[in-house]
Design a protein around this ligand. Structure first.
Ligand code: AMP
Length: 201
């Protein structure tokens, strides 16, 4: 049995990349996993993969995703738990698009604390809503995502973010782990600002 895993000398770098839809989480995650050699867990990508493979989970998620609503917490948490366990020992994990509710955040905290490697920091990309709508519609031209192509669905997603997801930032602020970054600017400029935060952890 492993003794005192919470006194791990080389704690994992477990980051939550946070922000509304269209804030640039996917773009910045791709750069971060390369620089810091981390496992990327994007719940949106995982659901889309299930959907493309026609799994039961994908079919279940689809009806929520297509309308811009959240997939039920227990489904998301189970999927993330499986993904973490599948990957065994890694240097750290970037959570992208998760947690999206306070219940998901509490479940993630419990899961990671049990493994002796709690969340290191939440990095929140701050982008004004008008800019988000433009970015999502632009992405919709090539992403093929149903939820990127319709004003009503985009509005629903932003409203769901405000109501269900925004409180997750307060959850991590209360733990002293919230770091805000201006999400408007060049991709490399934003990445440098995120890297500065990570290097100071
Ligand atoms: P994303 O690619 O992160 O924008 O996610 C696309 C859609 O997948 C969301 O609008 C939700 O329907 C679903 N989804 C992704 N992540 C979560 C999550 N953590 N909790 C609930 N639903 C999620």
């Amino acid at each position: 049995m492993k003794a005192m895993s919470s006194q791990n000398k080389n704690p994992m770098l477990n980051l939550i990349l946070f922000g509304p839809p269209g804030a640039g989480k996917g773009t910045q995650s791709a750069k971060l996993i390369e620089k810091y050699n981390l496992l990327h867990i994007s719940t949106g990508d995982l659901f889309r993969k299930h959907l493309s493979e026609g799994t039961e989970l994908g079919l279940l998620a689809r009806k929520y995703m297509d309308e811009g609503h959240l997939v039920p917490d227990e489904v998301v948490i189970g999927m993330v738990d499986d993904k973490i366990n599948e990957n065994g020992s890694v240097k750290g994990i970037i959570f992208d698009g998760f947690p999206r509710t306070v219940a998901q955040a509490e479940a993630l905290d419990a899961l990671l604390t049990k493994k002796g490697n709690p969340v290191s920091a939440m990095i929140s990309l701050e982008v004004p809503h008008n800019e988000l709508r433009e970015r999502i519609k632009e992405r919709g031209k090539t992403s093929g995502r149903v939820d990127d192509q319709n004003d009503e669905k985009i509005n629903t997603r932003i409203q769901v973010y405000e109501k269900e997801t925004f409180p997750v930032a307060e959850h991590y602020a209360a733990q002293g782990k919230l770091h805000k970054v201006n999400g408007v600017g060049t991709i490399d400029g934003i990445f440098d600002n995120i890297s500065t935060i990570i290097n100071s952890l």
